[in-house]
Ligand binder design. Structure first.
Ligand code: BGC
Length: 763
């Protein structure tokens, strides 16, 4: 039976190849690839071409149905080019077989998924990953994710998400790399390299999809899906670079965003897609809408319902995610003269090219193998990598009196609603993870200390006092029973009473960040904040292990809790990784990639801001007629680039090889950094530039380089950063990419607010 089936598959595959072009045997020759597609397209009906532009979800099941069952008739008719959100190798492979064996032309399908920080092995959320400032770690995580996802049959991944965000209220800040374009570019390229590898036709690499183009992270008020309105100068200097970096790194597909950009919908904005992305940046890959976007053009006021699909195609978008509007409307739009057949052909060809690049025409069953699932998914090696990488992402925000690391002895009270919540560890977008197998912090801690210390546990509080608020906060993954507020408090205090040291595991649940999880109040939820206050009032030393998908306002905590370790959502191995750091087996090195405000009202607050009129020169006091607030200084609570270690680092006096830079020259900044503390450690040395006077105002500083520097105790190393005129360029008011001769400043330091500055001149 098995033999018959595989023979049949081979025969179908052969027929497919034979039927569509004899030149296909020489598949490595691009000219032959083109001929293959010419042949294939010459056989396609208009309906089949439009069918290739249609992407639908397979998780839309009614009870008793197989996942993706509703897609089956469309697949057979050649009316589906791709599906998303079908889980499991059997389901994915069933649909692929249907397309290859039972549709007229046997064109294989793209199998899409959101694998944004791991598949079964889950790594920290992308915002956390960015705090490692470690592009090798990001590439490694993407490589492992690709290997695991392709084992299940996934060949198209909706990642990386590279939206710059300056507003921590936005829940999706968790999915990106923070507020800085320079770091954002480096990490965007690392994700793409990791997913796509050197050979997209390998069975373990996956087509990446950079998203969400464009500017989705600048939603007004940090409210998801809200309007974006932005000057072109801001757009090109700060928000666009990471998308472009992904394009330059060879990303093969791109997703448009849900938002308006200056009154146009990003999904149907010709200037964004055809002019900037394809013409100016030379993007050759395939473009897909975000989920349901075409249907939103009318309610958002930019297209008549009957023209939404046509406008989207006309703008250069190739594939419709989840509205079926291309399928329903494009033929009519062609008849009405709204679009041309050439537009449909172009889009269809780009979809087929993507399939060709993935090797699907050579072997439609390349991706997905039960043997690989068994061999490659959730392996000890992958999990060990996740644990190592997680420890690199935890940011030590405070450590008074070197409270951390803790000794594995005495009585440790672990208190808080996130202490025994293994299923919360992964954070947003981890649909393929195995939450039931994730160790909670409590279980990891107990295992880690064995009988050397006593661990006393109490849940301590609810997430929120209010039941409805807690329901909103746990909608993806409800965690535990709701206790009576007073009883929980009593239990917490009893546990604290017995302990030598308290570890408080509090913060956001995983459903409180990510898509559709914006918050107007970004403090620690009320019940947990009160718990912290009660614990601090015991006078016992308290370590706050903070779970969060975004920067939080920690004004009270930063003054009253002696040690704060921000662990974000660390992924499937977070429990052990947190123990590695709190007991000092690993020394924290991460630094923030987003600014933490003192107060919500300071938002947007970001380090690379423009100089205001009436600058505030005395942050300690309120002064009238200054650009400031009456009730809070302009300073952040924790600036961009900030993070402590268990050891300390001292920076020497930096120097420049010359204080004159010529237009074709290079100068070098050098600085000595010494590990002056008691642990070996890693310092992230940061290098910033400023152009004090230019054709348009330039930021007070911009990150232009960094090094992750491993230093043994007592060791000194010299770190150098080359400065070239290219690094001084920016987009002016005419969007010309220029640099101007004149005075500049170079800065180096451990974070954006603690730099030493050296002037130089560009001649
Ligand atoms: C999100 C995308 C995601 C898509 C498919 C949308 O709601 O905005 O980021 O890739 O769904 O799951």
């Amino acid at each position: 039976m098995k033999t018959c089936k595989s023979l049949r598959i081979a025969a179908v595959a052969l027929a497919l190849v034979a039927g569509v072009g004899s030149g296909y045997a020489k598949k490595s020759n691009p000219a032959d690839d083109a001929k293959f597609l010419d042949n294939l397209m010459s056989k396609m009906t208009l309906d089949e071409k439009i069918g290739q532009l249609n992407l639908l979800p397979g998780n839309d099941v009614v009870s008793g149905e197989l996942p993706g069952a509703r897609l089956e008739p469309l697949i057979k008719e050649g009316k589906l080019g791709a599906f998303l959100n079908v889980q499991g190798i059997d389901n994915i492979s069933r649909l692929q077989h249907l397309a290859v064996e039972q549709s007229r032309l046997g064109i294989p399908l793209l199998a899409g998924a959101d694998v944004i920080h791991g598949y079964q092995t889950v790594f920290p959320i992308p915002l956390a990953l960015s705090c490692s400032w470690d592009s090798d770690a990001v590439e490694r995580m993407a490589r492992i994710s690709a290997k695991e996802a392709t084992a299940d049959g996934i060949n198209w991944n909706y990642s990386p998400m590279v939206d710059i965000c300056r507003d921590p209220r936005w829940g999706r800040i968790a999915e990106g790399s923070g507020e800085d374009p320079y770091l954002g570019c480096i990490l965007a390229a690392a994700y793409v390299r990791g997913y796509q590898g050197d050979n997209l036709k390998a069975d373990s690499t996956v087509m990446a999809c950079v998203k969400h183009y464009a500017l989705y992270g600048a939603a007004e008020g940090g409210r998801d899906y809200n309007t974006v309105d932005m000057s072109r100068e801001r757009m090109f200097n700060y928000y666009m670079p990471p998308y472009r970096a992904a394009v330059d790194a060879g990303v093969e597909s791109l997703m448009t965003s849900f938002n308006l950009v200056n009154g146009q919908h990003a999904t149907a904005a010709h200037w964004l897609i055809e002019d900037i992305l394809r013409r100016d940046w030379g993007f050759k890959g395939m473009i897909v809408t975000d989920y349901g976007s075409i249907s939103e053009l009318t309610p958002m006021g930019v297209a008549e319902e009957s023209e939404a699909a046509a406008n989207t195609l006309k703008a250069g978008t190739d594939m419709d995610m989840c509205t079926s509007r291309f399928l329903k409307d494009l033929k009519g739009a062609l008849e009405r003269g709204l679009i041309t057949e050439e537009m449909i052909d172009k889009a269809c060809r780009r979809v087929l090219e993507a399939k060709q690049k993935l090797g699907l025409f050579e072997n439609p069953y390349l991706y997905g193998s039960p043997e690989r699932v068994a061999k490659d998914d959730y392996t000890p090696a992958n999990r060990a990598a996740a644990r190592d990488i997680a420890a690199e992402t935890f940011v030590l925000l405070r450590n008074e009196g070197s409270l951390l690391p803790l000794a594995k002895k005495g009585k440790i009270a672990l208190i808080g609603p996130l202490a025994d919540a293994g299923n919360q560890m992964c954070g947003t977008w981890a649909p393929n993870c195995r939450p039931d197998t994730h160790q909670s912090l409590l279980s990891a801690l107990r295992e880690e200390v064995g009988d050397r210390a006593e661990v006393i546990y109490a849940q301590g509080s609810n997430i929120y006092y209010d039941e409805k608020m807690q329901e909103n906060a746990t909608r993806w993954n409800p965690i535990y029973h709701r206790g009576d507020n007073e009883t929980l408090r009593t239990e917490a205090l009893a546990a604290a009473e017995k302990a030598d040291v308290i570890v408080a595991a509090v913060g956001e649940t995983m459903s409180m960040s990510g898509e559709s999880a914006s918050r107007a109040d970004i403090t620690i939820p009320d019940a947990q904040r009160d718990l912290l206050k009660d614990l601090a009032a015991t006078g016992k030393p308290v370590v706050l292990v903070l779970f969060t998908g975004r920067p939080l306002v920690l004004d009270w905590e930063s003054k009253n809790i002696p040690a704060i370790l921000n662990v974000w959502f660390g992924g499937s191995e977070a429990g052990k990784a947190i123990c590695d750091v709190i007991f000092g087996d690993k020394v924290p090195s991460a630094k923030l990639t987003t600014t933490f405000p003192q107060m919500i009202g300071q938002i947007p607050l970001y380090y690379n801001h423009l100089p205001p009129s009436h600058p505030d020169t005395d942050p300690e006091h309120f002064n009238i007629y200054r650009s400031n607030y009456i009730d809070v200084s302009n300073d952040p609570l924790y600036p961009f680039g900030y993070g402590l270690s268990y050891t300390t680092f001292a920076y020497g006096k930096p120097s420049l090889s010359s204080n004159e830079l010529t237009m074709d020259g290079k100068i070098t900044l050098s600085v000595d950094v010494t590990n002056t503390g008691n642990y070996d450690g890693t310092e992230i040395v940061q290098f910033y530039l400023r152009d004090p006077v230019a054709r348009i105002a330039r930021p007070v500083k911009e990150l232009k380089g960094f090094r992750r520097l491993d230093l043994k105790k007592g060791e000194t190393a010299t770190v150098t950063f080359d400065i070239t005129p290219d690094m001084l360029k920016y987009y002016d008011a005419d969007l010309k990419y220029v640099c101007d001769p004149g005075a500049f400043e170079a800065m180096v330091g451990p974070n954006s607010a603690a730099v030493q500055t050296l002037p130089f001149t560009l001649r």
